[in-house]
Design a protein around this ligand. Structure first.
Ligand SMILES: CC(=O)N[C@H]1[C@@H](OP(=O)(O)OP(=O)(O)OC[C@H]2O[C@@H](n3ccc(=O)[nH]c3=O)[C@H](O)[C@@H]2O)O[C@H](CO)[C@@H](O)[C@@H]1O
Ligand SMILES: C=C(OP(=O)(O)O)C(=O)O
Length: 427
């Protein structure tokens, strides 16, 4: 098995360019189903989740040409299947993003029910309720959801109970091919939704209001393929900014390739914590912090503090000069990371969806396990400042969403390596 080994205490310096956003690229790949022909996506991150989405699309009859490491030509001309099988949905929940596009393209879909994951139950009832309002009939049998749009979908006003990112995306991707006008009220406002709407509009869709709580979609009869660049990954950027705040040398660390306004609330909270950074072309330069001020944080839909940055910022809170509370409002089980950080010396008590964090003077390197994608990356970042060596296992979680994570850290001067070690349970 592969682990990431981090030798703590070495300053990092220089510039890191983040990759395209996982949470955008996966949805854009699904959306290519709506435009028969060859869509080119650039700035696609080379991560395992993108490979899984590629397999989902190929299973439907698409072909994918890898032009270079970050550019894919996805040809959906010959798509004639409408199933997302269990093996792939179980590997990657974002596979459910093909539901809306399949309904738009084929009028039907068969999707393995995603079930829960290590973050929580992650239901898709809001996706289903919204699509039912557009006229889609649903059935579930043998662990699969069958969706049928019959003679076609019709526009409707859909009010989401919660500003769900996935439900907003599936509804937009179905509604672009519905007859008439769909209005999504209480829509998610994440930058990835805007990226998706931008690409669909380039394809000929008529979507207005993306990035606001009310998105209006006028259905169109066809969409055409385009070339589109995926936005930079704000969460990868945030992860490296935290690393810089902990370990930057005198010249700071430049994190570029993303739009700082996509990380507005994170930067605001970091500022309150005493982290010093400045805007530079295409990103920020962050400096090492001497004393971290304790600041309470709660995760919320955009423009609130993103759940995907909760673990990384908890690393800072755990070293703050005082106590703070982090409240997780999106996923009921996203604190597993905290118990691993405790193994490195952090003082964190979890009560329901609150983490009570009492700052400690430092971490001590330890063997820890990635509980999930962001938690795994955060443990490696904690290892940068820890005393001694930290070994992070279960790094397949990190591979899902961070391209060349170790290489990027090494290029900044960190003492980090990816090594293959014998699996301790094998003789
Ligand atoms: C609002 C929010 O922060 N969404 C995050 C969520 O998106 P993702 O699209 O995965 O999740 P949603 O935004 O849909 O879900 C947010 C919450 O609503 C619940 N829910 C959702 C849909 C539904 O039909 N029924 C239901 O109960 C989920 O279980 C979860 O507790 O995870 C992604 C990966 O970490 C993040 O990039 C997104 O920023
Ligand atoms: C948990 C994440 O992704 P996913 O929704 O694919 O599980 C994430 O991006 O942090």
């Amino acid at each position: 098995m592969d682990i990431i080994r981090v030798e703590g205490g070495h300053p990092i310096e220089g510039r890191v360019c983040v990759s395209g956003a996982k949470n955008s690229a996966l949805k854009l790949m699904a959306a290519t189903l709506l435009a028969p022909g060859k869509t080119t996506l650039t700035n696609v991150p080379n991560i395992s989740d993108v490979h899984v989405m590629g397999k989902v699309l190929k299973g439907m009859g698409a072909t994918i040409e890898v032009v270079d490491e970050h550019s894919l030509v996805i040809d959906t001309s010959a798509v004639d299947q409408w199933e997302a099988p269990y093996e792939l949905v179980a590997k990657m929940r974002a596979s459910t993003a093909v539901l809306g596009p399949l309904l738009g393209r084929m009028g039907k879909a068969k999707i393995a029910m995603p079930g829960g994951c290590n973050l929580g139950a992650r239901k898709i009832d809001m996706h289903i309720l919204g699509l039912e309002a557009l006229g889609v009939k649903f059935d579930t049998e043998h662990g699969y959801i069958y969706a049928d749009a019959g003679e076609g979908m019709h526009g409707e006003t859909v009010t989401l109970e919660f500003a769900s990112v996935g439900a907003t995306e599936n509804l937009i991707m179905a509604a672009v091919r519905a007859k008439g006008t769909t209005v999504i009220d209480n829509a998610a406002r994440e930058p990835e939704i805007v990226d998706l709407a931008n690409m669909l509009n380039e394809m000929g869709a008529q979507i207005t209001g993306a990035g606001t709580p009310v998105v209006t979609i006028e259905g169109v009869s066809e969409l055409h393929p385009v070339t589109h660049r995926v936005i930079g990954d704000r969460i990868e950027a945030g992860t490296f900014i935290v690393a810089g705040a902990l370990m930057a040398g005198d010249a700071g660390v430049e994190v570029v390739g993303f739009a700082p306004h996509h990380l507005g609330m994170v930067l605001k909270k970091l500022e309150l914590m005493g982290i010093d950074f400045e805007r530079i072309e295409g990103g920020v330069r962050v400096y090492r912090v001497d004393t971290i001020r304790p600041v309470d944080i709660q995760t919320l839909p955009f423009p609130g503090f993103p759940t995907d940055m909760q673990a990384q910022v908890m690393v800072l809170s755990a070293l703050a000069d005082g106590s703070s509370v982090i409240t997780e409002n999106i996923f009921e089980n996203r604190f597993m990371f905290a118990s691993e950080l405790v193994r490195m010396g952090a003082n964190i008590r979890i009560e329901s969806h609150h983490a009570m964090i009492h700052g400690v003077k430092g971490f001590s390197g330890a063997q820890v396990t990635s509980p999930d994608l962001r938690g795994g990356a955060a443990l490696a970042v904690a290892g940068l400042i820890a005393d001694g060596t930290t070994e992070v296992s279960a790094i397949h979680h990190i591979d899902r969403g961070y391209e060349h994570f170790v290489k990027k850290l090494v290029e900044l001067g960190a003492h980090v390596e990816r090594v293959t070690v014998p699996d301790p349970i094998d003789d």
